[in-house]
Each structure stands twice: as C-alpha cells, then as structure tokens.
Design a protein around this ligand. Sequence first.
Ligand SMILES: *Cc1c(COP(=O)(O)O)cnc(C)c1O
Length: 360
Amino acid sequence: MAQLNIYLNRLEHNLNFLKSISPDKNSLIGVVKANAYGHGIIEISKKLVSMGVSRLSVASVSEGKLLRENDINCNIIVYYPDPFELNDIINYSLEPAIYSKRILKKLIKLLDKSKRDFSVHLKFNTGLNRLGFKFEDIEWVIKKIDKARLRVLSVYSHLSASEDKKNNLNTKKQLKIFNEIKSKFYDLNSEIKYHLLNSSGIFNYPEHQYDWVRSGISLYGYSNNSDWDKNLLPVAELKTKIIQIHNVKKGESVGYNNGWIAKKKSKIAIIPIGHADGIGRYFKNRNVTVKINQLKAPIIGNICMDIFMIDVSHIQCKEWDEVVIFDQKNPANIFAESAGTISYEILSSLGNRIKRVYIS
Ligand SMILES: *Cc1c(COP(=O)(O)O)cnc(C)c1O
C-alpha cells in the first residue's frame, strides 16, 4: 500500500540547476546506482538521457546490464566492477572504473583475445582510502594501458570530506595529489577528462570541478547542506495509509518485545510499511514522526518487517487516512536524520514492494 510518488519535473529542475553551476552542459555524470537512490533506475535513467545527460554511472555490473537490457544506450560507468564480472562489462559495452593492479591485469587478459582500444576510467585513491590506485602506481599503470592500447576516458578520485568546507586540510592534500596525477596523465594524452566531485563537492568546491562532475543525491533533491537545499526539489514523496486503529489502555504494550508501553489511555494507528521496505529498526525512537492530516505522529514500539505503529492519540483520524512518511515539506533527509541516519540510506533502502508512481 505504500507508494513512492516520483515527480520527474523536479528531477528536471534539479538537473537544470546542477548544469547551471557545472563546467559545461555535458560535464554532468548522472549517478543512478542503487536503483537511482531508490527512485527506479530505468525510469530515472530514461528521463536523464531524454534531458541530454550523456553519461550515467552505476555501482555494479548487474546495474549496468539492467540498463542495457532496457535499451539505455548512453555511456555507462561502472564504479565498482566485480573482477569476476568483467566479461559482462565487455559484452554489454560498459565502461569500468579500474581501481587496482589486479583488476587491470584481469581486464587486459580478457581483452587480449578480443578487442583493443577498450574504454576505461582510472580511479585513484588520494586520501579517502577506499578504492583506487596509489600515486606510486602511476608509472606501472601507464605502461600497462599503453601496451594493451586501452583508451583512458577519464582519471578520477573522490574527496573524503566534500561536505565539509571548513576543515579542509585533507581536501587540500587530496587536491594536490590529484593535480600531480593529472599532470602525469596530461603528458600522456591531453584528451583524458578529470573529475573529483560528488554532489557536495559541486556545491562546496566549485573551483575544483575539473572536466566532469558526478551528481547523485543532488539530482534527487538533497545537497547535504540546508542552504544549497533551497535550490533543489526533493523528487520523491513516500506515502501510505492507516490500515487499522486501536485504542489501548494505560499499561498495555505495543509491538514486539513490549517495545512501547502506554503511559495513558492511547490511540494507535497501524501503518503498512516496515523494515523489509527500508524503514530500519532504528526508526524506533520518540523523535521520529510521520504526518497525518498535517499533524506529527511519533513512531512507537519496534518496527516490524511489514508494519510499524504510531501514536495518534492527539489526532483526529480514521482508517485509510493518508500517512506522509516524507514529502517536499517534510523531506527525507529530515526523516532520516531524526533516526540517526542520512538521506542516502533511507532512499536507497526503499524496497521493491513500494509502488513507484511517476508524475511528469
Ligand atoms: C555514489 C557516488 C557518487 C555520487 O555521490 P553523491 O554524494 O550522491 O553525489 C559520486 N562518485 C562516486 C565514485 C560514487 O560512488
């Protein structure tokens, strides 16, 4: 019964805003991994392509395959390819991000028998200490790609604290290393593109946009900064309905493991969405509220797999009344933060039982 309404005109608004502050209109990589942050990878990708985005990016080979199987023919970067799925990278004409010596060697071995001039992106670790080649690997990498005649489309890295504009000591260090990496590759081939910034970086470090930017959460309406949020529109609204109302006496418990005890006579409403849909157990917290008839109702007791309960003692409501989990006025980042998590997690966790409805 839960429904995610997805307003494609807001996606368009966000894209236009992001383009207006990006290096040029073709520089934006649309990040559609994790089912387009829960918004539906096929529909969102088609919309982005129709609005002129020429390169999308996903995390896994399976996501790239899914796009190809749905006739999405633009360039697709796979950020975290599984080394054992490189055959599909080749077969589906996906562009892998190559992040280690092992995966580069493996790709070259596979390509030896088939293609030359295969397009790749090179990922460098400049300080996040997640994936990527080290600075010291450059000479080795250059030799390898030269010999195998791979085509390097871009060289990139990822900031560890792009949300943080003030404490940017580490960012400065990362920028310095990235610039050194760039100068090494620039001598090799001046066509290569460079990119460093995700959504927060686009806003906080406009002077370091290089050739491309990688826009994920901001396309969906969130910037991780309340000032920048004003320029964006949350694309999705999650709504459901009360399916039952109970009156409980003082002292009665609600939900598994007596998760909530009524301090007084109370009215509770049963909401058909649970941790299997992406509302994690940690949303059990007096501070987490949803809205009914414009009024806040706190989540009570433990979240169940398919259901959670709310206290509606103070609200005039009846069964089948609408429940707003998040919408434009009560955005997903605020809902997420009230339970100690972030917009990225709540959005990307939204399960496939939730019906997606696209509104143009
Ligand atoms: C997911 C991802 C992004 C997008 O980050 P946002 O903060 O959502 O804009 C950018 N770059 C890489 C490598 C990613 O994996």
